[in-house]
Design a protein around this ligand. Structure first.
Ligand SMILES: [Zn+2]
Length: 223
């Protein structure tokens, strides 16, 4: 089975039988997402259905990344390298089905102003009204998600979050000793090129504090 193969190639000294592996393909994931769960010696891998059609060598890389995660190791393998190449390129194959007019105008504004229009459109969606996770870019589904606290904010604040996530699509990540780095020196340097960056970051902190306070009140009134 593919999991055993991935396991033995990652840990050549390990012996099989110590763990009870299972592998499921599930519809609940976006595109190329996956996760792993451990209960005692039972280890369950859940991969999105899309992975069923992907080449074994790439799939082994994904499983090895999940094994590294669950065993807190940082072993790298040729399969992991393959998987990383796959993840950096897969956006080309992802259908763009999620969109929103506010997010799309933000994407287009930022693209024109900072990237000469060269960043290809991603899926775009609003997340929860989170004050901890303001935005994210997911490689496996080519999706930028922005916290709803920016829905009615000043345009520049939304654009700054969008800019940060678009930089992730542009720079991807690099991996060293089994760890992936997403906010590299070059990333941070380019992030600072956003107009009025310092002031915008302060304004975003204020917006986050306001939302925290608002939530505090809500809690009080619902008691
Ligand atoms: Zn980031």
């Amino acid at each position: 089975m593919i999991v055993e193969k991935a396991y033995l190639e990652l840990y050549p000294d390990a012996k099989l039988g110590e763990y009870d592996f299972s592998l499921n393909y599930s519809r609940k994931f976006n595109d190329y997402n996956a996760n792993v769960k451990r209960k005692g010696n039972k280890i369950e891998f859940n991969l999105s259905r899309k992975w069923e059609k992907i080449n074994d060598d790439v799939r082994i890389g994904l499983i090895q990344i999940l094994l590294n995660k669950i065993f807190k190791t940082i072993v790298s393998t040729p399969n992991i390298e393959l998987y990383e190449i796959f993840l950096k390129k897969v956006h080309i194959a992802i259908p763009k089905v999620k969109n929103d007019p506010i997010l799309e105008s933000s994407f287009d504004r930022v693209n024109e102003k900072y990237f000469c229009g060269l960043i290809e459109k991603t899926n775009l969606m609003w997340g929860m009204d989170s004050i901890r996770k303001l935005g994210s870019y997911e490689y496996g589904s080519d999706t930028i998600t922005v916290s709803k606290i920016f829905l009615n904010s000043r345009r520049e604040l939304l654009d700054y979050i969008m800019y940060h996530e678009m930089l992730h699509k542009k720079h991807k990540f690099y991996t060293k000793n089994g760890r992936s780095y997403h906010h590299t020196g070059e990333f941070n340097r380019q992030e600072k090129l956003f107009e009025n960056q310092k002031q915008i970051e302060r304004d975003i902190s204020v917006l986050v504090r306001q939302n925290r306070r608002k939530r505090g009140f809500l809690k009080f009134f619902s008691l």
